[in-house]
Design a protein around this ligand. Structure first.
Ligand SMILES: Nc1ncnc2c1ncn2[C@@H]1O[C@H](COP(=O)(O)OP(=O)(O)OP(=O)(O)O)[C@@H](O)[C@H]1O
Length: 262
């Protein structure tokens, strides 16, 4: 059974036109699904629906076979324990006044999860490649990449079944982005993940399945390898063409060391 099933979902913000139209896809348990599309295609809106922050106008979302009841507080408490999120900006998503331990243990407190929270925070911090001593420090003492690791530790500390990541590497410089993508890849071995990004390169490197959105509609969905090999939709081809290509060989020395032309 799929962990998440999005069925014919439609959504519009009050007073606005449709932002999502007839969106359907499934996320099998254990999968790592990339949700990709240009700015404004509706990715973040879909994520808000998946988080239960907004409700679809039409269609429905099933989580673990049952409807996501965004309006029911009791249901949402249980849901938040099972579903966590990592957002784009590691600068604003961590409370600057709190030490890392308090930040990472926050979901454990708010969800009233029993156990040794300090020990659980230490385990989460180590799982993201940091050491226990960071727990006593404040967010401003870390780089962007380290802060994103802390945000990921907070997302996994309650041992969720699903992690939603919204542009979670977009604000990072290139080399940090590569390392955090590696970390997400490791984490995705243990949890189901939906990774939202406008960056086809990141999503193609990380996710085993892709859902491509264009102006609120799914234009292509399937195994990443299949879509990369034979993109069917012109929009997907355009997104793929926008991935920056690294030079296959180091650039030729300049000035040339040997004569090429006779
Ligand atoms: N709170 C809101 N009220 C009204 N319209 C909104 C709101 N949030 C988003 N929209 C509109 O909904 C559409 C989809 O936006 P959304 O943020 O979901 O797209 P996106 O694919 O995540 O884009 P980006 O990558 O730029 O975040 C856009 O036309 C946007 O202007």
């Amino acid at each position: 059974m799929s962990l998440v099933s999005v069925e014919n979902v439609g959504f519009a913000y009050p007073g606005g036109g449709p932002v999502l139209e007839d969106v359907s896809f499934t996320v099998p348990r254990g999968a790592n699904v990339g949700l990709v599309g240009e700015s404004g295609s509706g990715k973040s809106t879909l994520l808000r629906l998946l988080l239960g922050l907004d409700r679809p106008d039409s269609g429905r979302i099933l989580f673990d076979g049952a409807p996501l009841e965004a309006g029911r507080a009791r249901y949402m408490r249980g849901y938040r324990r099972r579903v966590q999120a990592v957002f784009q900006d590691p600068y604003s998503s961590l409370n600057p006044a709190h030490r890392v331990e308090r930040i990472v243990t926050e979901p454990l407190r708010s969800l009233k999860i029993p156990g040794d929270h300090r020990q659980m925070a230490r385990a989460a911090i180590e799982a993201v490649g940091l050491t226990g001593d960071v727990l006593t420090r404040f967010p401003h003492q870390f780089s962007g990449g380290q802060r994103q690791r802390i945000a990921i530790a907070r997302a996994i500390v309650s041992r969720p079944e699903l992690v939603l990541a919204d542009e979670a590497v977009s604000a990072l410089d290139l080399s940090t982005r590569v390392r955090i993508v590696d970390l997400f890849r490791e984490i995705s071995q243990q949890v189901t993940m939906i990774f939202v990004s406008h960056d086809m390169g990141v999503v193609a490197a990380l996710c085993d399945r892709l859902v491509v959105l264009d102006r609120g509609r799914i234009v292509e969905a399937g195994a990443t390898a299949d879509i990369l090999r034979a993109p069917r939709h012109p929009y997907t081809r355009a997104l793929l063409a926008s991935i920056p290509r690294m030079p296959a060989a180091p650039p030729a020395p300049w000035p040339p060391t040997e004569r090429i032309l006779p």
